[in-house]
Design a binder for this molecule. Structure first.
Ligand SMILES: Cc1cc2nc3c(=O)[nH]c(=O)nc-3n(C[C@H](O)[C@H](O)[C@H](O)COP(=O)(O)OP(=O)(O)OC[C@H]3O[C@@H](n4cnc5c(N)ncnc54)[C@H](O)[C@@H]3O)c2cc1C
Length: 630
């Protein structure tokens, strides 16, 4: 973490100096971005936008305060990577339960009314991410994000107790979206209206914003239901502190998710498909009945529930909207997108694969930096079209995966004595779980070639940084202070792009690249950096050398890797890295040692391009449709 750049400051360095006056208690007449809903999608978006002090963001929430308990709890490895960029991973990792192993239980071969353990696997493939898969309550995740907002220069806080009731668009107005809001408590206030340049509906599965832009969720006709409870219990079930998928012969399926703090556990009791005939009965299922079902499934083990902290019958189907914005008008004509939807407002997933909260947060991360770039005048509005173009197909893929996965999980176990009977062989379920690991870890996302994702022409230069997928970090040594760290951890959620220049063998191409970027009239760095701003304010160049750090001299670094910044022109010593002797990043990520590679990474940590170090024109050309160049 770097601070004191513009002068010494006392106190907690993670609290930004306040920008202007604090957020007014009343809704202003106009805002740049109005976010509707403070669930995971809305709060990631708000946390990201709060990093842009010049952007006036407000977030309205129907609830009268922050979420305190319940809802989702699985945090995929990819989400922890994103949290690191927000400065939240240490806190999350300290508090959360780490899912290291997953176990599978099935009816015992000798007594099918009892269960026995069928298998145990490592939850996440080694090397998939430097971070684990963790479990912590959604309320805590939201609290971390609220904390980022409070520490930001805008000191952004949600406006609780306010709900959106209507949205109208009028393109003749500078703030084209008019939003009617109502206090959830009608005794306190009447309707107010706010005009916004952009509105983002993060308002959950029953989204009003989605309805206002004429979108609907399509997909499953029926919902699937689970009795979900967070309990404190005494049990002799030996795997209570492991994630456990349990299939019983005749009492249904149970998912055991150990929770943060060492004692709490979440139980998902599968209640099956919701039909017109069983809807009322399922909705009336109580915590006691769900506990009784769990007790039957767990036989011969006992489960004595001492306290139910949270219980809900959670019903959800796998559904998806066609578009995540209003870029196509009702008459079919194309227009600038002004209203977006994110998270459950545009896709819903079963609770089994733990996608809902994670995918929703990635939507917010994808859209946030794009809105920041457009509102700060660095990019053209076309950038905003990529949000729906990128995220809708990803949501479709995840729903396809989720359908297969939850069908497997919901199926009865095959009885080995009755080969003609249907059902899933638990060994097959376990093998599928291992294969599906990339999806559940959130690592399977791959953006297709487009303005933000280059063609794989030069992929061979850095095979381990696959274009379109998230930047897969690896250890390095920070050169100036010999600090061992992860290269990917230099990326903060600050809207900047990263250019990682992996040096060629004799560093001549690296030096030439730095010279070009620093001095050429065609340098993309010079073309996108505003007059007077720090050289890394838009594109943050970092270099990785092949030589051991003790064999490199500071004076051998190109001056661009020791940039002078801030009001005093202080030197930034954190741009150059060398490979770690024990885990060499060039080997780990298959980077061409002779020629090196330039890996271009988006603000949301996805690899946008891999280019030769001397492909200057291609580099500038890649960024032309993305940035307004000077
Ligand atoms: C009751 C419930 C239980 C759940 N249980 C589980 C579970 O057990 N396991 C699991 O994996 N997932 C569960 N989920 C799903 C998971 O929580 C979501 O996938 C995830 O929260 C999606 O995040 P989101 O931000 O898109 O939407 P949400 O978290 O739904 O957030 C939407 C927010 O918008 C607010 N809002 C809605 N309408 C308006 C309006 N008109 N004006 C202002 N604010 C509005 C809501 O109050 C809410 O805070 C549950 C969801 C709910 C609602």
């Amino acid at each position: 973490m770097q601070f004191h750049l513009n002068g010494f400051r006392v106190g907690d360095p993670s609290i930004e100096p306040a920008f202007g006056t604090s957020q007014s208690a009343h809704m202003p007449d106009t805002v740049d971005v109005l976010i509707v809903g403070s669930g995971p999608a809305g709060l990631v978006l708000a946390a990201q936008l709060s990093q842009f002090p010049s952007i006036n963001t407000r977030i309205v929430e129907r609830r009268d305060g922050p979420l305190l308990m319940g809802q989702a709890d699985g945090v995929a490895c990819r989400t922890v990577e994103m949290f690191h960029a927000f400065g939240l991973s240490e806190r999350l990792l300290k508090e959360a339960y780490w899912v290291n192993d997953t176990v599978f239980w099935r009816p015992d071969a000798n007594d099918r009314e009892a269960i026995s353990r069928a298998g145990r696997v490592q939850d996440t493939e080694t090397g998939l991410s430097e971070f684990p898969h963790v479990i912590v309550n959604q309320a805590r995740i939201q609290e971390y994000l609220l904390d980022v907002m409070r520490r930001s220069a805008r000191r952004l806080e949600p406006d609780y107790g306010m709900e959106v009731v209507d949205i109208q668009r009028d393109d003749s107005h500078e703030y084209p979206v008019r939003v009617a809001l109502r206090r959830s408590d009608p005794t306190r206030f009447d309707e107010v209206a706010v005009r916004a340049r952009y509105v983002v509906g993060c308002d959950g599965a029953r989204s009003r914003v989605r309805a206002a832009i004429g979108q609907t969720l399509r997909g499953d006709t029926a919902n699937h239901a689970w009795g979900v409870m967070d309990v404190l219990a005494v049990t002799d079930f030996p795997d209570i502190r492991l994630k456990a998928a349990i299939q019983s012969a005749s009492n249904g399926n149970l998912l055991v998710i150990p929770r943060e703090g060492g004692y709490l556990v979440r139980l998902y009791v599968d209640l099956g498909e919701v039909t017109a005939e069983n809807r009322d009965r399922i909705r009336q299922i109580t915590a006691d009945r769900s506990i009784a079902t769990a007790q039957r499934i767990l036989r011969p083990y006992s489960l004595d529930v001492k306290e139910v902290a949270w219980f809900s019958v959670y019903e959800v189907g796998q559904r998806l909207a066609d578009r995540f914005d209003d870029a196509v008008a009702a008459d079919g004509t194309a227009r600038e997108p002004r209203v977006f939807i994110a998270g459950d407002a545009c896709h819903t997933h079963s609770a089994k694969a733990g996608q809902g909260m994670n995918v929703s947060m990635q939507d917010g991360f994808n859209l946030g930096w794009k809105l920041g770039a457009v509102l700060e005048g660095r990019s053209d509005v076309n950038l905003l079209r990529t949000y729906s173009d990128e995220r809708q197909p990803i949501a479709q893929e995840l729903i396809d995966f989720d359908k297969e996965w939850s069908a497997m999980m919901a199926a009865p176990p095959k009885d080995p004595a009755r080969t003609e009977a249907s059902g899933v062989d638990p060994a097959e379920l376990q093998a599928y779980f291992v294969r599906a690991g990339r999806y559940t870890a959130g690592i399977a996302t791959r953006y297709r070639p487009g303005i933000l994702t280059g063609e794989a022409t030069h992929q061979a230069l850095a095979k381990g940084f696959s274009i379109g997928t998230r930047f897969h970090s690896s250890p390095v040594i920070r050169f100036a202070d010999a600090k061992p760290m992860h290269l990917g951890h230099v990326a903060q959620a600050d809207g900047r792009w990263r250019l990682y220049a992996f040096s060629d063998a004799n560093r001549s191409m690296l030096h030439a690249l730095c010279e070009h970027l620093a001095t050429s009239a065609e340098s993309v760095l010079r073309l996108v950096t505003p007059e007077g701003a720090d050289v890394d304010s838009v594109l943050d160049l970092r270099a990785v050398l092949q030589q051991p750090h003790r064999e490199v001299n500071l004076k051998d670094l190109p001056t661009l890797l020791l940039p002078r910044k801030g009001r005093y022109g202080l030197t930034d010593y954190e741009k150059a890295f060398t490979s770690d002797a024990s885990i060499d990043i060039f080997n780990e990520r298959e980077v061409d040692r002779e020629r090196g590679a330039l890996v271009v990474v988006r603000p949301d940590q996805y690899v946008a391009h891999v280019l030769p170090l001397d492909a200057y024109a291609q580099l500038t050309g890649f960024f032309r449709p993305i940035f307004r160049m000077q």
